[in-house]
Design a protein around this ligand. Structure first.
Ligand SMILES: [Fe+2]
Length: 414
């Protein structure tokens, strides 16, 4: 099967998983598979239709997580598992650092982008205000006996106040997300010209994480007026004999510019806008609007490695690559005017509900004992289309995850 062909511009495609599931061998299904591959190659993202992941189920899940994160700090702290790199249970605000802060090349990318396409400045940003909960959704198997597998084999945490419902709700929405992203993985295999089970076989025992991500909008739901001082964008107006400074407010960070460490990330529709992604072939910042009944998929670093750079998820190596727009897979979540408008609407419609922005995120991983390497036909295709690629080498997924968790401050440096 040929690899999906190039397209003139970097639009995030909408692919229909229902068509593939109805008959994976049909011409219509194959066309959807090529759309999946090409959208991930060009933009690092994809919107997918899957009727199993309906908006009602997403809403029930968002309601539960809003109530969970609205608990007091002491109660939430009981669900912390820092000794497991926070890979089960809760991670509180001001813990996870955007990986860009630890990688000078990434900082160079930001300053190399045109001002209008830059993410929010990470100078002075130490850790993200977002919190999150990790619920591991791994297919059970015999323990591997390999060292360093503690975080991949740890039992899940069930919060005390939600003991009767937590597991069912996590498995309910998480099961839908896992089925959807597994379907996308199969479509991606086909769209890349590989046997349909290639990615599934490499990810069957992955430490997949349902990872609802939460921001307290009562604390962080505002624009950052004073950040503009550093940009020198102060407008000065002379009124009579007085000089008045007008400082236009700017978006503020919920989750700073970064790319995900896993293979594919899938999100349900959030109640509040604020996600920006960057496309590979234009380098342009794009606000993401997920249509009702659809899910958003993004490429992670494991996919970049696996595909030898055909799908990008991380920093370019030099400014030349930045000019070519090699920033696909990067994203940020920020408070925008749109976020504020949604807050006003929810406050008016449901004043009794906690004001938290929840993203119903799911991280799909390759298996921890899978030896990550660039598949030769994919790397050859990447070089044919985009020029020389990195030498990715090989490393077990368990070690790659540990290294990446060090970069985002979830495990201590050794
Ligand atoms: Fe992310």
């Amino acid at each position: 099967m040929p690899i999906a062909t190039n397209s003139p511009d970097a639009q995030v495609a909408v692919a229909d998983l229902n068509i593939y599931l109805a008959d994976p061998t049909s011409q219509a299904a194959l066309a959807e598979c090529r759309k999946v591959a090409e959208s991930l190659i060009l933009t690092g993202a994809l919107i997918v239709k899957d009727t199993r992941a309906d908006q009602g189920a997403n809403d029930t899940f968002l309601d539960l997580l809003e109530s969970y994160f609205a608990q007091d700090q002491k109660t939430l702290e009981k669900d912390l598992r820092p000794e497991l790199g926070y890979q089960v249970g809760v991670t509180l605000e001001d813990t996870e650092r955007p990986s860009c802060i630890s990688t000078p090349k990434c900082i160079n990318i930001i300053s190399s982008l045109p001002a209008s396409e830059r993410p929010l400045d990470l100078t002075g940003h130490s850790a993200d205000p977002k919190a999150r909960f990790f619920w591991r959704m791994t297919e059970e198997r015999e323990k591997t006996g390999l060292s360093g597998m503690g975080m991949h084999e740890a039992p899940n945490v069930v919060p005390r106040a939600f003991e009767g419902v937590w597991k069912d709700k996590m498995e309910g929405w998480g099961g839908r997300m896992k089925a959807a992203v597994q379907g996308v993985a199969e479509m991606l295999s086909v769209g890349l010209g590989l046997p349909a089970s290639t990615i599934y076989d490499a990810s069957r025992y992955g430490s997949h994480l349902l990872a609802p991500t939460a921001t307290d909008l009562t604390k962080y739901g505002h624009l950052d007026r004073y950040a503009c001082l550093s940009l020198g964008s102060i407008l000065q107006v002379v009124m009579g004999r007085k000089l008045i400074m007008i400082i236009p407010p700017r978006d503020s960070i919920f989750a700073g510019f970064h790319s995900d460490l896993n293979f594919l990330t899938i999100h349900g529709k959030s109640r509040y806008p604020g996600l920006h992604i960057w496309a590979r072939n234009t380098g342009k910042k794009m606000p993401v609007k997920v249509p009702d009944g659809c899910l958003l998929v993004q490429a992670g670093k494991q996919l970049e490695w696996f595909s030898g750079g055909l799908v990008k998820a991380r920093e370019a190596d030099c400014l030349f690559m930045v000019w070519l727009g090699w920033v696909a897979g990067y994203h940020e979540v920020v408070c925008t005017e749109g976020t504020l408008k949604a807050m006003e609407r929810f406050k008016a419609e449901t004043p009794e509900r906690p004001l938290w922005r929840i993203s119903s995120t799911f991280f799909y991983h390759l298996s921890p004992d899978y030896e990550l390497h660039a598949l030769p036909p994919l790397k050859a295709e990447a070089e044919k289309r985009f020029g020389p690629q990195d030498e990715y080498g090989s490393m077990s997924v368990a070690n790659q995850v540990k290294r990446e968790l060090g970069l985002i401050a979830l495990v201590a440096d050794e």
